[in-house]
Design a protein around this ligand. Structure first.
Ligand SMILES: NC(=O)c1ccc[n+]([C@@H]2O[C@H](COP(=O)([O-])OP(=O)(O)OC[C@H]3O[C@@H](n4cnc5c(N)ncnc54)[C@H](O)[C@@H]3O)[C@@H](O)[C@H]2O)c1
Length: 667
């Protein structure tokens, strides 16, 4: 009798052990499935993203692609099982013009860490950390789109995290336990103990029943807008799940349903991107005024300057913020601000994307630069792109041809001109050079630096040094200001009496003003410890006011800083030098002939330049190219080349071409 009872018990034990083993294998496969790697990359869509890593509560690193858009609502895109974030790239690129967009690899999938997926259980916590990240990046509101498993995670998390303002879910499961029973339907009644055994493994290995809470329970608690999409033909998540979720959402007046008659799992309805964007653009995420602004978006690119010695950058973080506040996007080349001591993070904090050089040129509609494109950059320019930078085309026919061939619109800083003839985008560099001229001059007056050994300020009982400035323009006035500030004895000469009157007013008579003529120049030279050359005759070589004979009459060890050297110089003995080897001596006088003085102080120069250029860049972005040049005559004067045609008369003249009037091109 006893033996007869052992056999069935043994069989029963074997069956239970088999069930447990099989369920363990199935559970293991369910939480560690072979991963499906999508080969698409953001570059394939010319989609500029930041690669971000977000830490989950248990330390798992979640890999994301983030396309920021300051002040715009953010959308998180969660892929399905067992794919990765790249699967949703087409959708992300469609949403990116209006939203800050974040694609995330769910734990265990794609580039994220994690030893297993928990099918929504721990992923809820992960999504909360993702929302933290978006908050830290200034997102005013967050919506989530989730595909399949991602949709379930979105529902589960939104029920616990009120910061999620809207959810769109494509074919989420309503209940994982039910899904398991459906999956193992071929086991007939055995499916129930089999699924329960799997959940036992979930308790053993994860310390919890990962099917609880279920998305359907979560949905019943949701008051935020939900868009639920599901196909009746879905072969992976049966349509019954959608019906259960609809039931749970019955009391939610802001729930919308798009149930399709046809389509396999993953087939999106035609025009779904638009539907999703409209759903998320409703008032729950965006105010009406903002919605309109989000429609006109320009992508501005800032490459790193690669001309030898150039350390400036065309946009500061403040500029990024201003463009972003106006609703535009900025992509900055990695390291572009380095020369000016601006870190990449300072840009990204204001909403810029930092990217490789290829992406910057390939994506941006407007390129902001400091120096003219160099040969290496010619092939990067794209037809129809606006290039806004210093160009100096009259002296660079090869560059002019390259701009024509590239079919771009080239706007030159140096020819942007106001009605009064002033050149607002040249002035800041003259301010820098003028102030620097005295600082550099004072340095080289030191004995150890080759100078006379003079302290410009003097000391009580010893007279100050003497500074003579030729030209009372922007450079001259700024030089005089610094020299006066140091306590020097300052004279300034100009041929324009009105300018001298202005100087007299400005400095309350503390600067000696003199009419510029050979006699007066001769006189001041003999007394000068420091001579600053700051003359300019627009469009011409600088007049030579100081001959080599006059230089020979200057004091031994005195210093000449001829800022006008870039236009040939106002001193006969000056020739251009470099920042690395800035001075040489003629007749015992130290000569300083650096033609790009602002490069010595790139940070100050960058900020000075961008203060002046930014309003024009903003105008371009806000009004569009045609609108901006029509309404802003100063900017119109800056247009040198328009899609193959030379527009600026002086540039055309220098190149021996006929200028095409801008109005004719604007139509
Ligand atoms: N080296 C550099 O790094 C650097 C940087 C910025 C500017 N610059 C150069 O500095 C020069 C001055 O620039 P700016 O912005 O002050 O020009 P500006 O037009 O403001 O001033 C030039 C002044 O020179 C005066 N002038 C003309 N002929 C004169 C003469 N014979 N005697 C005395 N004064 C005379 C004009 O009346 C005017 O007031 C330019 O050549 C500019 O290219 C050089």
């Amino acid at each position: 009798m006893a033996r007869a009872g052992v056999k069935p018990a043994l069989y029963a034990l074997l069956v239970v052990a088999g069930l447990l083993l099989a369920s363990l294998a199935s559970f293991w496969l369910a939480v560690r499935p072979p991963r499906l790697a999508t080969t698409l990359r953001p570059e394939d869509y010319r989609f500029v993203v930041e690669h971000v890593t977000i830490r989950a509560d248990d330390g798992v690193a979640l890999a994301g692609w983030f396309a920021p858009r300051p002040d715009a609502p953010a959308i998180v895109l969660l892929h399905g099982y067992p794919a990765d974030k790249a699967d949703l790239l087409p959708l992300a690129t469609a949403l990116a013009p209006q939203f800050a967009t974040l694609l995330i690899d769910q734990r265990y999938f794609g580039d994220s860490g994690g030893r297993a997926t928990t099918l929504g259980f721990r992923e809820r916590g992960d999504l909360k950390r993702v929302v933290d990240f978006l908050e830290s990046r200034g997102a005013p509101a967050v919506g989530v789109f989730g595909f399949s498993l991602g949709g379930a995670v979105a529902l589960l998390t939104a029920a616990e995290d009120p910061r999620i303002g809207a959810i769109a879910a494509y074919a989420p499961f309503a209940d994982l336990r039910v899904l398991g029973q459906e999956l193992y339907a071929w086991m007939w009644l055995a499916r129930y103990p089999f699924v329960e055994a799997m959940l036992l493994w979930s308790r053993v290995l994860f310390g919890a029943d990962i099917t609880r809470p279920s998305p359907v329970d979560a949905a019943a608690r949701l008051a935020v807008p939900v868009l639920l999409v599901h196909s009746r033909q879905d072969e992976q998540i049966p349509f019954g799940h959608a019906e259960r979720l609809r039931g749970a959402l019955a009391a939610n007046s802001r729930a919308e349903f798009e149930f399709m008659e046809r389509g396999r799992h993953g087939e999106l309805p035609v025009g779904f991107e638009g539907r999703l964007a409209r759903f998320c653009l409703r008032p729950h995420l965006v105010h009406r005024r903002r919605r309109r602004a989000l429609a006109r978006v320009l992508l501005v690119g800032v490459p790193r300057e690669i001309k030898p010695g150039e350390q400036r950058v065309a946009l500061t973080p403040a500029g990024v913020r201003a463009l972003a506040e106006a609703g535009h996007r900025v992509v900055v080349e990695r390291g572009a601000g380095g020369g000016s001591s601006i870190r990449d993070e300072e840009y990204t904090r204001e909403g810029a994307v930092v990217a490789a050089v290829d992406e910057v040129w390939a994506q941006a509609e407007v390129i902001l630069k400091v120096k003219e494109p160099v040969a290496e950059e010619y092939p990067r320019m794209r037809a129809g792109q606006v290039v806004f930078t210093y160009l100096h085309l009259a002296a660079a026919p090869e560059l002019a041809r390259a701009l024509q061939a590239a079919d771009v619109i080239a706007i030159a800083y140096e020819t942007v001109q106001r009605a009064d003839g002033s050149l607002p985008l040249l002035a800041p560099m003259s301010e820098v050079a003028g102030r620097l001229a005295v600082q550099e001059g004072a340095f080289y007056l030191a004995k150890a630096h080759g100078g006379r050994g003079i302290l410009l300020a003097g000391v009580p009982g010893v007279p100050p040094g003497n500074v003579a400035v030729l030209g009372a323009g922007i450079v001259g006035i700024n030089a005089a200001r610094i020299a006066l500030g140091l306590g020097a004895d300052v004279s300034i000469l100009d041929i324009n009496l009105d300018r001298l009157r202005a100087v007299d007013d400005l400095f309350h008579g503390r600067v000696i003003t003199l009419m510029s003529n050979s006699f007066n120049v001769d006189q001041v030279l003999r007394r000068a410890d420091l001579l600053v050359g700051a003359v300019l005759v627009a469009g011409a070589r600088a007049p030579v006011l100081v001959t080599k004979e006059m230089v020979a009459t200057m004091k031994e060890g005195s210093v000449i800083v001829d800022v006008a050297v870039d236009q040939g110089g106002s001193v006969e003995t000056i020739h251009p030098t470099t920042l690395l080897d800035p001075t040489y001596v003629v007749s015992g006088v130290v000569h300083y002939g650096v033609a790009n003085m602002p490069a010595l102080v790139p940070r100050t120069s960058t900020f000075a330049l961008t203060n002046a250029t930014l309003p024009y860049a903003l105008d371009l972005a806000q009004r569009g190219l045609a609108g901006a040049v029509r309404r802003n005559p100063a900017l119109a004067k800056g247009v040198n080349v328009w899609r193959g045609r030379i527009v600026h008369p002086a540039v055309a003249h220098a190149l021996g071409e006929r200028a095409t009037p801008l109005e004719a091109l604007l139509g």
